[in-house]
Design a protein around this ligand. Structure first.
Ligand SMILES: O=C(O)C(=O)C[C@H](O)[C@@H](O)CO
Length: 268
């Protein structure tokens, strides 16, 4: 019996666009609520939300019962964290701030067992192998792991061709907010120079035959990114949706002018 199939990885390989949402409330209950909203994938954020491995795992389990595929972003590209999160059964990882081929090579190796990598062998204890009940887990796990690396700085852009060409890297995700900041446009991910850099990055990722990912809170920008060729894209977050909806509801009832902006740059 092999490791579970990864439907998100299969969709990327078949060029089927995947629409996602960021999940940053750090709550299994909230993640389960959102998992019924019909998104193809949900990004459980371990970088900008107060999550640790047990809480990430609980949100993963809450989402796994739905049709939405759980993707997890670790706070950093760390071999030990990758080992721990893969043992929980997560199969699709987003790693922030990747800026060199050497870093990317280390990250690929962290997702694979020897001799192809350095992932520690502890599957018998982990939910990933159904606690040892999946007999062929060690031999088949690697094929179903989807590794997405974030390019979100000028250094990352400079290394994008060699990172994208690396076997074991399934896609690259452009982080518009951090890229804008690094380019000197803090809080302005929609700046023309940032947009041009994203368009160029998408071209280069496509040329390498890898998937192109991105996120924005601005639907106009989202349509532009889709036109550019985004293969998977998040168009909002649970946190910002909750802030906007609860604020607008109160203002509507009280007849107050709404303070909820129609467009919201994902500039933070
Ligand atoms: O740089 C970016 O943009 C991202 O990586 C996405 C943000 O981190 C996400 O938290 C929305 O602000």
């Amino acid at each position: 019996m092999p490791a579970p199939k990864n439907p998100f990885k299969a969709a990327l390989r078949e060029n089927r666009f995947q629409l996602g949402l960021w999940v940053a409330l750090a709550s299994p209950y909230a993640a389960e609520v959102v998992s019924g909203s019909g998104y193809d994938w949900l990004l459980i954020d371990g970088e900008h939300a107060p999550n640790d491995i047990p809480l990430l795992s609980a949100q993963f389990r809450a989402v796994s019962a739905s049709a939405s595929h759980p993707m997890v972003r670790l706070p950093v590209g760390d071999t030990v964290l990758i080992k721990q999160i893969l043992d929980t059964g997560m199969q699709t990882l987003l790693i922030p701030m990747v800026e060199s081929l050497a870093q990317a090579q280390q990250l690929v190796r962290a997702t694979r067992y020897p001799p192809h990598g350095i992932r520690g062998v502890g599957a018998a204890l982990g939910r990933a192998s159904e606690f040892g009940r999946i007999g062929d887990y060690l031999q088949t796990a690697g094929d179903e792991i989807c590794l997405i690396l974030q390019i979100e700085s000028r250094a990352g852009l400079a290394a994008i061709d060699e990172i994208a060409a690396l076997d074991g890297v399934d896609g690259l995700f452009i982080g518009p907010s951090d890229l804008a900041a690094d380019m000197g446009y803090l809080g302005k991910p929609g700046h023309p120079e940032v947009r041009a850099a994203i368009a160029d990055a998408f071209e280069r990722i496509k040329k390498a035959g890898k998937a192109r990912g991105i996120m924005t809170l601005d639907l106009e920008q989202a349509r532009d990114y889709r036109e550019m060729g985004a293969d998977f894209m998040a168009i909002g977050t649970d946190v910002t949706s909750l802030v906007r909806a609860t604020t607008a509801l109160r203002q509507e009832f009280l007849g107050e002018a709404t303070s909820v902006p129609k467009k919201q740059e994902s500039g933070y």
